[in-house]
Design a protein around this ligand. Structure first.
Ligand SMILES: Nc1ncnc2c1ncn2[C@@H]1O[C@H](COP(=O)(O)OP(=O)(O)OP(=O)(O)O)[C@@H](O)[C@H]1O
Length: 986
């Protein structure tokens, strides 16, 4: 059956010729783009009855489409026939036994024909326009007589479902929804009872769902079904105006997938559940904008103040209160004063002030999140750093179900958030129930929802648990396809089944990917012997894994992750020794000069113990502070190959530093370096290594063979931050974790104390006890100098005198970022040697500083530091066998709660997670990462690392079942839709 593409329903009321011309052209364009057919059918309502020439003229102007006819509207068949001069002939034809309905003839005979009647319809008004039209189409056809050529099945409700099903399969490759609407129209035209409309729609919905639910087991789906649905063009959503369509396209929402992957940034509770508002807390509120004022305070200073009124339920004395009761509770209104300040004359001109003021409309319902500060007036709070999202205008009637988390989307090029929510919700409606390319047993094994449930769960969760489960599923997918793709590519490169099985086995059993000590180079073994301790089993395994990688002909790209103080440095040193042992060079890059110096001293100390001078590698230190003559000599040594190992800061990646044969680059605390920095390091060394003199003159064949290889990269991090784990996903078997601590360590006892007079006294008393017992104390300050703006902050320099007087029997040292490099080194050296007992410092000591007998740390204004930062700082003590303490002095009582978490745990992963929870739902989702690494839109890698493991196992399982994925056509199709990965630093 030929199907026309579209019907244009137009009403004469209020539309001029220009408007109709636009409409006709618009539909014609859409019809032209439609691969299914290029016929156009126009339905014009009664207003045009007297102006038949006008639409005819319009239609003539339409090119590229086959114009079927122009049907002019009548209110019903009776009217049409009653007006017709050929009425009798028409009825005769209808009743005649050999009646054949000929549309062309009918149109010729009756220039104005409508099949069905149309109430007045708004022309392209809002997204629902088209569906409203079809909804309002009332079947009232042919007075009960059915033309004989029309199959009676079409009007039999029992058969209708099957017919629709057959239509669906006929159309499965097309731009379905428009055509589906069309089919409904056709069914209505031939149907008798208005009630059928609903039945038909339901049936159609079912049919649309059918291909996937039919599948039952996912593996039975056709290879393209999932991709076909998700990668449909956005115009498959009915009723989008041309403007809306292009707006969505401009925002990058070309397909349903793109739209559904625009995840909420966070969720809010529209009710502002009762909360105690403390100074400095990060909170989120929903409220109404009361005013927005931009004020010019002076010739170069202006500010914007937006006042938002929020209703907050009072706290209930009865804690067992149910959510329903919460609604009944008394509410009070609080006022948030959102303030933004602008400095500079260009920010004080009227147009600028007007524009920022008008950004916020009075009456809009908004969601505001940020840090609150109490103001003088009761129930008035100030927010200086905030996010504001318009939920809806005051007049919007849209009501969101109470109690459900309300999704807040990241803004997209000024797209109306309400429209975005609506369009996402409509996309969800057309998703088949069982949309999922993953085999069911995979998702069931790890208790994850189906893909369609995950999309619904992330966009319209019934509660936060549902949202979290959905998020986990989507994260799983991100990791899974990444792992699947990587392994699939590797398998493709292998010939036989045995080889492929062998590779998968290696991945399933990582213990096979290690090189045991017996096979390590002699210099590595010697270095092991001079260590003052034996390696822990984790360290030993990590070293073996790394050395296995070093011996392979592909560049390693591995992340060595382990909590603070677990002993990563020595593992990296061993890896460097292995490379040096085979005649190559090693570079060790750290983020600070202080750390470079420390590592250099530490390594020299260990190498000194090696007796055989021929086994001692030459090591150099190169930082920004290295005197230029010395730096020149070092660079020369590196170029000739006289220097085997260099430790330094980012100066190592400077263009003028050339290596003779660099084989390994260790990047300590790698997240401190940008992706681009690391990339430069990588490629630079690659090019330098091919010009290597050492290699070209070497008689060693293997060295000659891999001359064009990029250096191995070993990144180290104590913080499992997103980028680092993303990085870990690149190399083969790329993540190594050190899970245990050296023996004899006891957890650092942490005390959270309020920084009032009594609190300080207590802290000083504990310090004295520790010093008397022979300990060393770090005092950590948020700032170097006292500041007038922030008088409450303790400053390192300013406190030196006070502390020296207080602990007169002990020596105090000072260390901060403004000191010269040699001064810093000296301060640290004195503290290490015991010449000073107390070190007043800023957060310069945060990373890597290793003084094993430092036994106590006191952090002033601890609330000023992030949780991860405090964890790192605390890691500076407890690095030896001495029992250690850490005191966090908080200047406000409200911050005690957040800090208490540190008292309970010393697990970096747990703390990272808690930090996010306590910081509030500000930025839980959609945390994008920049750079060249792939983006994980929903994964918080610092806490979702275990899902990576699940995904890895699932990918292995799938590939073990089918190496070429032939048994999983959906997975294969989905894999091809996902972005290919780019190697590190590309
Ligand atoms: N197996 C071991 N047994 C005893 N002590 C060890 C062992 N391994 C390392 N250490 C010591 O533990 C301390 C911390 O080691 P290292 O500096 O390598 O830790 P790290 O993981 O790099 O820590 P951070 O992340 O804080 O830089 C050092 O003083 C080191 O000498």
């Amino acid at each position: 059956m030929a199907v026309t593409t579209l019907a244009v329903h137009m009403c004469s009321m209020g539309f001029g010729e220009k408007c109709l011309r636009h409409a006709v052209n618009f539909e014609a364009e859409r019809a032209y783009r439609n691969i299914f057919g290029r016929r156009l059918r126009f339905c014009l309502s009664s207003g045009f009855r007297s102006k038949h020439k006008f639409p005819e003229k319009l239609l003539k102007g339409v090119d590229g489409c086959e114009k079927e006819s122009a049907f002019m509207g009548y209110s019903g068949l009776d009217e049409l026939i009653g007006n017709s001069r050929s009425r009798e002939k028409f009825i005769e034809n209808l009743k005649g036994e050999n009646f054949e309905f000929d549309a062309a003839l009918a149109c010729k005979q009756f220039p104005s024909i409508t099949l069905g009647c149309f109430p007045t319809v708004e022309l392209y008004d809002g997204p629902a326009c088209y569906s409203q039209i079809t909804e309002s189409l009332v079947p009232q056809i042919l007075g009960g007589s059915i033309p004989s050529h029309i199959d009676a099945n079409w009007v039999d409700p029992k058969c209708l479902y099957q017919n629709l099903q057959s239509i669906y399969s006929e159309m499965s490759n097309m731009n379905a929804p428009y055509i589906l609407e069309e089919k409904v129209d056709q069914c209505f035209i031939h149907s008798q009872s208005p009630d059928w409309k609903m039945e038909t729609r339901n049936a159609l919905q079912l049919t649309a769902d059918k291909p996937c639910s039919n599948a039952g087991s996912v593996t039975q789906q056709t290879a393209t079904s999932v991709a076909e649905i998700l990668d449909k063009h956005i115009n498959c959503l009915t009723g989008l105006t041309k403007r809306q369509l292009s707006q969505l396209e401009n925002c990058g929402f070309h397909t349903l997938r793109k739209l559904l992957h625009h995840f909420p940034r966070t969720y809010v509770d529209l009710q502002n559940a009762e909360m105690e508002i403390d100074d400095g807390q990060y909170l989120i509120f929903v409220g109404k904008i009361m005013s927005s004022r931009a004020i010019r305070a002076s010739s170069s200073f202006s500010f914007l103040e937006v006042v938002v009124a929020c209703e907050v339920a009072d706290a209930d004395p009865n804690p067992e209160c149910t959510p329903n009761k919460l609604e009944e509770r008394q509410k009070r209104t609080i006022y948030l004063h959102l303030k933004k300040f602008f400095r500079g004359t260009r920010f004080t001109c009227s147009p600028f002030l007007r524009s920022i003021q008008e950004k916020h409309r009075e009456g809009d319902i908004v969601c505001v999140s940020g840090k609150v500060r109490t103001m003088r007036g009761k129930d008035h709070f100030e927010m200086r750093e905030y996010n504001i999202d318009v939920l809806k205008g005051e007049d919007d009637s849209c009501v969101y179900p109470k109690g459900r988390p309300y999704p807040i989307y990241p803004s997209k090029k000024g797209l109306n958030p309400e429209f975005l929510r609506d369009i996402i919700s409509r996309s969800l409606k057309i998703l088949p129930v069982e949309l999922d390319p993953l085999p069911k047993d995979v998702t069931q094994d790890i208790c994850l929802p189906s893909l369609s449930d995950a999309y619904i769960g992330i966009h319209q969760p019934a509660n936060l648990n549902e949202a979290d489960l959905a998020r986990r599923r989507l994260i799983f997918d991100e990791f899974f396809y990444l792992q699947l793709g990587r392994l699939f590519q590797m398998l493709e490169g292998l010939g036989t089944k045995v080889e492929k099985d062998g590779l998968l086995k290696r991945y399933t059993k990582p213990e096979l990917n290690t090189i045991f000590m017996e096979e390590w180079s002699s210099i590595t073994k010697t270095f092991m012997k001079v260590l003052p301790y034996t390696l822990t089993s984790s360290q030993l395994r990590a070293t073996s894994e790394i050395i296995w990688d070093l011996k392979r002909p592909v560049p390693m790209n591995r992340l060595l992750q382990g909590d603070v103080g677990c002993g990563k440095t020595v593992v990296a040193f061993l890896a460097c020794m292995e490379v040096i042992g085979s005649g190559y060079q090693a570079a060790f890059m750290v983020p600070t000069e202080l750390l470079a110096f420390q590592h250099y001293e530490h390594l020299l100390g260990l190498l000194e113990k090696i007796e055989a001078t021929n086994e001692k590698p030459s090591v150099a230190l190169l930082t920004g502070s290295t005197p230029s003559k010395q730096a020149q000599l070092i660079r020369k040594g590196l170029q000739t190959g006289d220097i085997s190992m260099v430790i330094g800061t980012h100066t190592l990646i400077a263009e003028k530093v050339e290596f003779s044969a660099l084989r390994i680059a260790v990047v300590d605390e790698q997240h401190r370096f940008g992706v681009v920095q690391r990339g430069r390091f990588n490629s630079k060394l690659y090019f330098n290594s091919i010009t290597s003199q050492l290699v070209s003159t070497s008689s060693n064949n293997s060295a000659k063979n891999d001359v064009a290889m990029a250096p191995h990269v070993l990144a180290m991090s104590a913080t499992p931050i997103p980028r680092s784990l993303a990085l870990a996903l690149y190399g083969d078997m790329s993540l190594t974790q050190i899970t245990d601590l050296p023996p004899g360590r006891t957890p650092v006892k942490t005390y959270i104390i309020e920084g009032n007079e009594a609190g300080f006294e207590r802290a000083y008393q504990m310090m004295l006890e520790d010093l008397e017992a022979g300990g060393k104390v770090y005092l950590v300050y948020p700032v170097i100098e006292q500041s007038e703006q922030l008088p409450q902050l303790r400053a390192a320099s300013a406190d030196l005198e006070t502390i020296s007087t207080k602990f007169s029997g002990y020596k105090c040292g000072l260390l901060h970022g403004r000191m010269r490099s040699d001064e810093k080194e000296e301060a640290l050296r004195m503290f290490r040697s015991g010449e000073t007992n107390i070190l007043l410092s800023t957060q310069v000591i945060e990373i890597g500083v290793d003084i094993p007998d430092a036994s106590m740390m006191v952090v002033m204004n601890a609330e000023r530091f992030g949780m991860a930062q405090l964890h790192q700082l605390r890691g500076r003590v407890g690095r030896g066998e001495r029992k250690s303490k850490c005191i966090l002095l908080a200047s406000t009582s409200s911050s005690l709660k957040r800090l208490k978490v540190l008292e309970k745990s010393s697990d970096g992963f747990y703390l990272a997670n808690m930090d996010l929870v306590l910081r509030g739902p500000g930025d839980l989702l959609g945390k994008k990462q920049s750079g060249h690494l792939p983006e994980f839109p929903v994964a918080r890698l610092e806490v979702d690392g275990n899902i990576l493991q699940d995904a890895h196992h699932a990918a292995l399982k799938v590939l073990e079942t089918s190496h070429d994925l032939e048994k999983f056509p959906d997975l294969k199709a989905e894999l091809s839709m996902r972005q290919p990965l780019c190697p590190l630093g590309d």
